[in-house]
Design a protein around this ligand. Structure first.
Ligand code: ATP
Ligand code: MG
Ligand code: MG
Ligand code: MG
Length: 372
């Protein structure tokens, strides 16, 4: 019998749309070639509001590539959710207890593929639920996902592993919002310790959502206020002028690193628009780097993977400061973007693992990790 893969996508996150695009590519890869004989895909959509939807509605979101427009005054008129979908949603909305009706049908799924990016998906929450359900799933477990999502926890793990990184200051929402006497002192401290430019980030997010590059006190204040609206935990990092290189990791206890890729763009930094508008960023795979540096980046990627206890899949992002030859680790993403043109699958393609094989390997790694 075919293995039933529960493809979990969408999610309550600023990266909802990216997740839909990743899921489309994975669903296609699991239903073509040799994979088609092996796997049956059951798409399960998590709406932006947190409702779990499967069957026809999930198929439609996947096929259209458009987030569910929640029915407002006229449910049936909603473009991508026909009357039946709207009715399902309405019923689901009546009680928070009905948010996870799918769990009753979980027995039908052999392995889950939570292709969710950002909070409520890449951060250990879904992973905890799946672990409690005692069903195998693709990717990192609770600890690896949570450590990889929270930039402060991640940086502590990297520091412990001896990985070099930019200087940073940890900030809480309370410091930004609650006390008018604390805020100016906080800004003074950031200016003294990091200077400008610096990067203000919500600790738990992705796709550059909520991130600002700031060059003045005024911009700093606004950026802190804005980042605080996304997360209780914030981080401010010293800005570096560097080439941006990324390395993909695949495997569990014997994980392997891919070739290294480079991103180039003309915008101020690699922000959301640059990431997801066609033609704004260029990927060079493999990156034009001395072999010694490539090996160093690959070794650091594997160390980072272990430092946060990641599993199966991760993409590790670095800064290469050409002037000094330094490589600084920026971050790890335990469920990186997975469209056909995303860095992660392209790095493996260039390393000899094509897209369908990559997806197959990830499913097998998920099974292996949960095997007794
Ligand atoms: P991803 O989509 O990779 O998960 P993210 O939201 O986790 O992204 P980061 O990778 O931390 O965000 O930062 C996004 C981009 O901002 C980087 O790729 C880089 O262009 C820029 N950037 C972030 N931090 C710094 C820094 N300290 N110095 C220079 N540029 C930075
Ligand atoms: Mg990230
Ligand atoms: Mg990310
Ligand atoms: Mg990044």
């Amino acid at each position: 019998a075919k293995m039933r893969v529960g493809l979990l996508f969408g999610g309550c996150s600023g990266e909802h749309e990216v997740s839909i695009r990743s899921a489309q590519a994975i669903a296609k890869a699991l239903s073509t070639g040799a994979n088609a004989d092996k796997y049956e895909v059951l798409p399960v959509h998590i709406s932006k509001e947190g409702h779990w939807l499967m069957g026809e509605v999930a198929q439609q979101v996947l096929a259209s590539g458009t987030p569910l427009q929640l029915a407002t005054s006229d449910p049936a008129a909603s473009l991508h959710s026909p009357a039946s979908a709207a009715a399902t949603l309405e019923a689901a909305q009546q009680s928070p207890l009905n948010r996870l009706p799918i769990l009753k049908q979980a027995a039908a799924i052999d392995i889950w593929f939570p292709i969710l990016h950002g909070p409520n998906g890449e951060d250990g929450t879904i992973q905890g639920l799946l672990q409690l359900m005692q069903v195998p799933f693709v990717g990192s477990g609770v600890l690896g996902s949570a450590m990889g999502m929270d930039k402060l926890a991640m940086k502590m793990a990297f520091a412990q592993a001896g990985l070099p990184q930019v200087k940073y200051v940890a900030v809480t929402r309370a410091e930004v919002w609650s006390n008018p006497c604390v805020f100016p002192k906080l800004c003074d401290r950031i200016e003294a310790e990091l200077g400008y430019p610096c990067f203000v980030k919500p600790a738990n997010l992705g796709s550059s959502v909520g991130i600002s590059k700031v060059r003045s006190r005024d911009e700093l204040e606004k950026a802190l206020d804005s980042a605080a609206s996304y997360d209780r935990r914030l981080i401010v990092e010293a800005g570096v002028t560097a080439r941006e290189v990324e390395c993909a990791v695949l495997g569990n206890d014997q994980a392997k690193a891919s070739v290294v890729g480079e991103i180039s763009f003309h915008s101020d930094f690699y922000d959301y628009e640059t990431k997801y508008s066609a033609g704004q960023a260029e990927l060079t795979i493999p990156a034009d780097l001395p072999e010694q540096l490539t090996r160093q980046i690959q070794a650091m990627a594997l160390q980072a993977f272990q430092a946060v206890d990641a599993a199966g899949i991760s993409r590790v992002d670095f800064f290469y400061l050409e002037q000094t030859g330094e490589i600084l680790i920026n971050e790890i993403n335990t469920m990186p973007g997975f469209t056909a043109t995303s860095m992660y699958p392209m790095l493996w393609q260039a390393s000899g693992v094509d897209f369908p094989e990559l997806v197959d390997r990830l499913v097998q790694l998920g099974l292996e990790r949960t095997a007794p």
